[in-house]
Design a protein around this ligand. Structure first.
Ligand SMILES: Cc1cc2nc3c(=O)[nH]c(=O)nc-3n(C[C@H](O)[C@H](O)[C@H](O)COP(=O)(O)O)c2cc1C
Length: 220
């Protein structure tokens, strides 16, 4: 029976919910699943989290417009990290497949960035990242910005990236009156002609994406 480790960080519960849905689906496909929730040493105040991410904001238009700029930026930007507690499964070498889950904090969440440095046994391992973010699956702003640098870091540790998946949580902690959620709901209608809820775990596109991802990682 293939052994799968699902390791994830979740600050407000959405990536945790996705991780549990994936665990059930992967079990149903005949795999043996272990799950690890990454825990931070100390929670950061939510208003401090965006501070190290601010350098991209003035450059966002050029980031969105230029693939060359994105390639350079992904090599040079500072990926913040956050201290994590001791892991239950610090060595992943016994597993056939690792699913690594993160919320999008512009890029990889800080605790998952630390996990990438801490985990042992990634060399030669099949790994598939998964994520939640507020927005719809915008090709550059959401998917490329999150997965390209994350997957480079996985490859730098010797892992083989076999797939990736993301759903919208339709939730954003900023600012005061749900401004970001409203913005992403508007963008979803404009860019995809679909309500944002379609891309969540309860929506048709989100549910199809879960099935596609689980079929893909279990068959590879
Ligand atoms: C610091 C920070 C940055 C974020 N950046 C983005 C972003 O770039 N795009 C997006 O759609 N959502 C962004 N979000 C929203 C989260 O990705 C979203 O709420 C996620 O589903 C939370 O997952 P969790 O409940 O597992 O912590 C950000 C949230 C935080 C705290």
């Amino acid at each position: 029976m293939p052994r799968v480790l699902i390791v994830y960080y979740s600050r407000t519960g959405h990536t945790a919910r996705l991780a549990h849905v994936l665990a059930d689906e992967i079990c149903r496909r005949g795999c043996d699943v272990d799950t690890e929730a990454i825990r931070v040493g100390r929670d950061w105040n939510k208003w401090l989290l965006p501070v190290p991410l601010l350098p991209l904001l003035p450059l966002l238009p050029v980031y969105l417009l230029s693939a060359g700029f994105r390639r350079v930026w992904h090599r040079v930007y500072l990926q913040p990290e956050q201290a994590i507690q001791l892991l239950a499964f610090p060595d992943v070498s016994a597993y056939d497949l690792v699913l690594l889950g993160t919320p999008k904090w512009l890029y990889t969440s800080f605790p998952v960035a630390r996990w990438l440095k801490t985990a042992r046994g990634l060399a030669g391992k099949r790994v598939a990242p998964f994520a939640t973010f507020c927005g719809p699956p915008l090709k550059v702003f959401e998917l490329e910005m999150l997965f390209e640098p994350l997957e480079s870091r996985l490859r730098a540790r010797g892992a083989t990236v076999v797939d990736r998946m993301a759903v919208s949580s339709d939730y954003h902690p900023y600012f005061i009156f749900g401004e970001m959620e409203r913005l992403f709901r508007f963008i979803s209608r404009k860019a995809f002609r679909r309500p944002l809820v379609d891309f969540t775990l309860d929506g048709v596109v989100g549910q199809a994406e879960v099935q596609r991802f689980c079929d893909a990682v279990c068959s590879k």
